[in-house]
Design a binder for this molecule. Structure first.
Ligand SMILES: [Zn+2]
Ligand SMILES: [Zn+2]
Length: 121
């Protein structure tokens, strides 16, 4: 793996929230070209070191493939919170049976208003 790929992966793995390319660029030392970050992210996603999610029309956010995560996305301020409680097993079993579909993964998020934004309404 190239130096940049390693560094980008390290940043994503250390973060407790998903990061977009700009967030990562801000955290990377000895700034490379912005396109270097994109290429590293593409590689890391294809090689399944990281996963990505986007929330409606947001850029892609990347997170480590080592952890199973779900997200809360605030529609007003764009804040993203994560949680790892997963209740998909029962649903997966039903889908497997009803559709004869082999499931490898799922991506799941709630959208709504965070605590701050709902208090201010
Ligand atoms: Zn909010
Ligand atoms: Zn899950």
């Amino acid at each position: 793996m190239t130096k940049w790929r390693k560094e980008v992966l390290k940043i994503i793995q250390k973060s407790d929230k998903p990061l977009n390319a700009e967030d990562i660029y801000r955290l990377v030392e000895h700034k490379p070209n912005f396109s270097t970050i994109y290429r590293a992210l593409n590689y890391l996603e294809k090689a399944e070191f990281v996963k990505s999610i986007s929330f409606g029309n947001t850029p892609k956010y990347y997170y480590s493939n080592n952890e199973h995560r779900h997200f809360l996305y605030c529609l007003k301020c764009g804040k993203i919170e994560t949680f790892d409680l997963c209740m998909a097993q029962e649903l997966e079993n039903k889908v497997k049976k009803n559709f004869m579909f082999e499931i490898f993964d799922h991506i799941f998020y709630f959208k709504g208003l965070c605590k701050n934004c709902s208090e201010r309404r």
